[in-house]
Design a protein around this ligand. Structure first.
Ligand code: FES
Length: 508
C-alpha cells in the first residue's frame, strides 16, 4: 500500500479524546489579544499593520510554525514551501498560522559540530513558544539534532505540538550500485586513495549521492530520530519515512496543519503523550531499526526532559534480546525510499508489536495500537523489514561497554561492525587529539598493523569541543592499500549514524 494513504489524520469525531474541551478564552494567546486594555489593543493593532483582520486573531487559535529552514541547511531547503502547505491546513481547520524561524542545524555545514548547539535550539524553541502569543506548535525539522532539539523545547514548554519531519532524500545510485548519503563517502574515498577509482569518479559521486531535497537516506541519525518522534506519538502515522520529494510529503504537511488545530481543543500536550512506556516503545523501535548510536544520547536527554529516568543501562538491557530487523544502510543493504515502500514505521511497529505498549497516546488522539491497525510489510518487501526470526545480524544495534578505559561506559553498534573484531586483542596506537591523528595517520612510519587498535583522545564534549562525530577514525593508508576495511577504533567522540565500522564511542 502507498504510505501516503496510511498517513491520515483523524477527524474530530474519530479521535478517542473529547473534542472541543477548551474555548477560545481558555487559550494562552487570548491573554495577548482578548482583553480590553491598551496592551491587547497594541497587539491587535500590530497584526492589523501587516494585513491581519481583527477577527482572525480574536476568533481563531494561534499556531506557531517553528521552521528550521535556511539556505545553508540543505536538508531543510524545501521547508519554506512545506510551511505554506502547513498554513493551508491550519487555516482550513479554523486556526491562524504564524511562521517563526528557528536556528537551523545543518549537520554537514555547522562547525565544530551541531551537537554543540542542540540544547541551544531546545532553549530557542522553548522560549519562542513561551514569549509569543501561540497556543500550539508545528515543529519543522529533520536533520540530526533538529529533531531532539525541537522536541526537547516543546516538551519543556508543554503546549500541543506536532512534529513535521523533513523527509529523507531519494535513493542515490553510482557505478551500478545504490549509494547511501554518508555511508559511501568513506568507502569511495578509501577507493580513491588506494587508486581504485579516479578523481573524475569522485567528482561524479558527489552529484549522484545527493539527488533530492531531504535528510540523509540511510538509517543514520536523522532517520532514527524522526522515527523516534513518530513512535513517541509526535507525528502522523507513517509520516517519518515519506521521501521529501514524494507528492505525499506536501499532502502530509496539510494534514499536520489541520490536525494541530484539533489538538488545541483537545488540550493534547506532550506531557499526555510521554510516559515511561512511550520511551520504552522508542527504545525498542531504535533497536529494531538498527538506528544510530547518537540516539542513545538524544533519547536519554529527551526522556529526562519529560521526567522519565531512562539510562544507558536500560538501553543495553533491551538491546540484549532485540535484533535489528530493518535492512538499511549503514548496517544493511537498502535506503529510506525502500523502507517507505515496504510500509515504513507502522509496518515495523506491527512486526514488534509484542514489545510495545500499544495504548500509548499519540497526536492523532488515538493510541499507537489504533494508528498501526492494518499496517503490514508490503508484498515483496520482506527483505527490507525482516521478520523476528530472520534478523539482519546476530548482533544488536547497541552494546554498552565498560572497562578500565571507560569506567562510566562507552557504546558500540555491533550490527555495523566486523563480527570478527568483536573479540579482539592488539596493541594500542594512541593519538592525543584530532590534529595529532591527522598529522600521523597516513605516515608510513606509523607503527600500525592489522591487529592494532586506534585510540583517539580529547574528542568528547570538552575536547572537541562539543562531542563531534570523529569516532569513525580513518584506516591508515598503508593498511588500506593492503585491502583492510575495518579495525578496532576507540574514542570519546560520537560517530555519524551513516558510518559503519568497529568503533567504540562515547568513552566516559
Ligand atoms: Fe542532514 Fe544527514 S546531513 S540529515
Amino acid at each position: 500500500p502507498a504510505m501516503a494513504d496510511t498517513c491520515l489524520a483523524p477527524t474530530d469525531q474519530e479521535t478517542t479524546l473529547n473534542p472541543r474541551r477548551l474555548t477560545r478564552q481558555d487559550l494562552r494567546s487570548w491573554r495577548w489579544f482578548g482583553p480590553g486594555d491598551t496592551r491587547a489593543f497594541s497587539h491587535r493593532s500590530r497584526l492589523q499593520q501587516v494585513g491581519v483582520r481583527r477577527e482572525e486573531v480574536m476568533d481563531r487559535p494561534i499556531v506557531a510554525i517553528i521552521n528550521t529552514w535556511s539556505d545553508i541547511s540543505t536538508c531543510h531547503a524545501h521547508l519554506r514551501e512545506r510551511a505554506a502547505n502547513v498554513r493551508r491546513g491550519i487555516l482550513a481547520a479554523g486556526g491562524f498560522p504564524l511562521e517563526i524561524p528557528a536556528m537551523s542545524l545543518g549537520e554537514v555545514m555547522v562547525k565544530p559540530t551541531t551537537m554543540f548547539y542542540r540544547n541551544f535550539l531546545a532553549m530557542e524553541c522553548e522560549e519562542l513558544l513561551r514569549s509569543h502569543p501561540v497556543d500550539a506548535a508545528v515543529l519543522m525539522g529533520g536533520c540530526d539534532k533538529t529533531t531532539p532539539g525541537l522536541l526537547m523545547g516543546a516538551i519543556s514548554m508543554d503546549i500541543p505540538a506536532i512534529y513535521f519531519p523533513a523527509g529523507p532524500q531519494l535513493n542515490g545510485h553510482f557505478m551500478g550500485q545504490k549509494v547511501g548519503v554518508g555511508t559511501h563517502t568513506r568507502k569511495f574515498y578509501d577507493e580513491l586513495r588506494s587508486g581504485k577509482i579516479t578523481e573524475r569518479d569522485w567528482i561524479a559521486l558527489a552529484a549522484a549521492m545527493c539527488r533530492s531535497h531531504g535528510t540523509c537516506n540511510t538509517m543514520g541519525t536523522a532517520s532514527t530520530m524522526t522515527a523516534i518522534a513518530e513512535v513517541l506519538g509526535f507525528c502522523l502515522p507513517g509520516a517519518s519515512s515519506i521521501p521529501a520529494d514524494d507528492s505525499a510529503h506536501p499532502r502530509m504537511a496539510v494534514e499536520v496543519g489541520e490536525r494541530i488545530v484539533g489538538m488545541i481543543w483537545e488540550d493534547l500536550r506532550p506531557s499526555r503523550l510521554l510516559t515511561e512506556a512511550s520511551f520504552a516503545n522508542a527504545a525498542a523501535t531504535y533497536l529494531a531499526l538498527g538506528g544510530s548510536t547518537n540516539c542513545a544520547v538524544h533519547l536519554i536527554a529527551m526522556a529526562r526532559r519529560a521526567g522519565v529516568a531512562l539510562t544507558l543501562d536500560d538501553l543495553d538491557r533491551r538491546a540484549r534480546d532485540l535484533r535489528v530487523l530493518v535492512n538499511l544502510m549503514p548496517s544493511g543493504d537498502y535506503l529510506m525510499e525502500d523502507f517507505h515502500r515496504a510500509g515504513g514505521l507502522p509496518a515495523l511497529l506491527d512486526r514488534i508489536r509484542d514489545r510495545l505498549a500499544l495504548d500509548a497516546l499519540t497526536v492523532t488522539g488515538r493510541s499507537l495500537g489504533e494508528n498501526i491497525a492494518g499496517a503490514a510489510v508490503a508484498e515483496g518487501c520482506e527483505d527490507i523489514i525482516r521478520p523476528a526470526q530472520r534478523p539482519i545480524s546476530e548482533h544488536g544495534a547497541l552494546a554498552v561497554l565498560r572497562g578500565n578505559l571507560a569506567p562510566d561506559g562507552a557504546v558500540i553498534k555491533p550490527a555495523a561492525a566486523d563480527p570478527r573484531l568483536l573479540r579482539h586483542t592488539g596493541p594500542a596506537v594512541v593519538f592525543e587529539d584530532m590534529p595529532d591523528m591527522m598529522r600521523r595517520i597516513d605516515d608510513p612510519a606509523l607503527p600500525v598493523d592489522e591487529r592494532s587498535v586506534l585510540v583517539l583522545k580529547n574528542a568528547g564534549p570538552l575536547g572537541g569541543p562539543g562531542f563531534p562525530e570523529w569516532g569513525n577514525l580513518p584506516i591508515p593508508k598503508k593498511l588500506r592499500a593492503r585491502g583492510l576495511r575495518d579495525m578496532v577504533r576507540i574514542s570519546d567522540a560520537r560517530m555519524s549514524g551513516t558510518s559503519y565500522g568497529t568503533c567504540v564511542l562515547h568513552v566516559a
